[in-house]
Design a protein around this ligand. Structure first.
Ligand code: KG4
Ligand code: ZN
Length: 341
């Protein structure tokens, strides 16, 4: 069964064709970094306009790259939330129009459910139940996943998402957008123990909080009069203090993510963990998660980085499960900016 997946929830226009929920026949992502980077973050109106320009070329490319025609599709899965409402509308309206005209099932997928299902696009695949850490620009949450449609939230961020903290600290250091890969790069040359930034463990809770860390980095930068704004990442790569700030910030984020995931494993008595979402593309986080898994005797599954960051293959994978469950959405379905899983 071939499913076309579409995701336009944020600033990536993504389309993919996935066979039987697991075989990625094509996976196309058109990012908007060039459009938003001069603003240091995503401008929602510009994002929707770009989605409108790109949706058909990206879908067309996904079809061509997989050797599939619209007539070969068994359904179209689209992310209908959470996300930027103007952006979501483009993907949803486009998917509905094709489903209506071709008479094929319209499948609505929650973006977080998509992130969870990214782990089934590769081998080895986890069996249920597992603990899922979703760590991205919009979300940082822990779920217990007992099967398709059986998700229990254990905790979530009370303020900033981890990726959002990376993006804000990157802006503060004058590195640019998106911050995650830029901070990761300059952190490589730094000492993660150089600066003792706070770690909000929030005992007795699986919730997260990253806004205090962001403020601590901001205060440190002001205190040390690091007027680096305007320089680009390559110019300041050798600036030792910046490397140390990036490495120490990253260590603080990763310590909390890994420790709290470890608590969740222990508390739920489940020795299987999935980490996904854009921040799970981070090499240090991947390494530390695997080390924690080894220590605890837990299996750790982290998708290839291109399946961790936003993509439509994960939406098609989840959509396949909706189709099998007979969960077909009506064409009157509207996207929603806020949507619990
Ligand atoms: O999952 P994603 O592509 O989109 C959302 O659903 O938000 O995640 C994007 C986030 C951004 O905040 C970006 O800075 C972060 O993931 N990110 C990273 C890395 N690559 C992307 N954070 C840390 N290290 C990375 N290598
Ligand atoms: Zn995402």
């Amino acid at each position: 069964m071939n499913i076309l997946g579409i995701d336009t929830s944020c600033d990536d226009t993504a389309a993919a064709i996935v066979g039987n929920g697991t075989q990625v026949l094509s996976n196309i992502v058109s990012n908007q970094i060039e459009i938003h980077k001069k603003y240091g973050g995503i401008v929602p109106e510009l994002a929707s306009r770009r989605h409108m320009e790109m949706i058909w070329p990206v879908v067309d490319e996904a079809l061509n790259a997989s050797g599939t025609k619209l007539a070969d599709l068994h359904g179209i899965a689209v992310c209908h939330g959470p996300g930027l409402i103007g952006s979501l509308l483009i993907g949803c309206s486009f998917a509905k129009a094709i489903c209506y005209s071709k008479g094929i099932p319209f499948l609505a997928v929650n973006h977080l459910e998509g992130h969870i299902f990214s782990v089934f696009l590769e081998d080895p695949k986890p069996s249920f139940p597992f603990i899922a850490l979703i760590v991205s620009g919009g979300h940082t949450c822990l779920y217990r996943v007992d099967g398709f449609g059986a998700y229990r939230e254990l905790g979530r961020t009370r303020d900033d998402a981890a990726g959002e903290a990376y993006d804000k600290v990157s802006k503060l250091l004058g590195l640019g957008y998106p911050g995650g890969p830029l901070i990761e790069k300059i952190a490589e040359g730094g000492n993660p123990k150089a600066i003792e930034f706070p770690r909000a463990y929030l005992p007795d809770s699986f919730d997260f909080s990253f806004s205090g860390l962001k403020t601590a980095v901001s205060n440190f930068v002001k205190h040390n009069e690091l007027g680096v704004t305007g320089k680009n990442a390559s110019e300041i790569t050798h600036h030792a203090l910046l490397n140390d700030i990036a490495a120490s910030f990253q260590a603080s984020v990763i310590d909390v993510l890994v420790r709290k995931t470890e608590w969740a494993i222990k508390n739920e008595g489940i020795k299987r963990v999935v980490a996904t979402g854009g921040v799970a593309a981070n090499r240090e986080l991947r390494k530390r998660m695997k080390e924690m898994g080894d220590e605890r005797g837990a299996e750790v599954f982290i998708p290839t980085p291109s399946f961790c960051t936003d993509n439509a293959a994960m939406i098609a994978a989840a959509g396949y499960n909706h189709l099998r469950a007979g969960n077909i959405a009506g064409l009157d379905l509207n996207p929603q900016a806020y949507m619990p899983l």
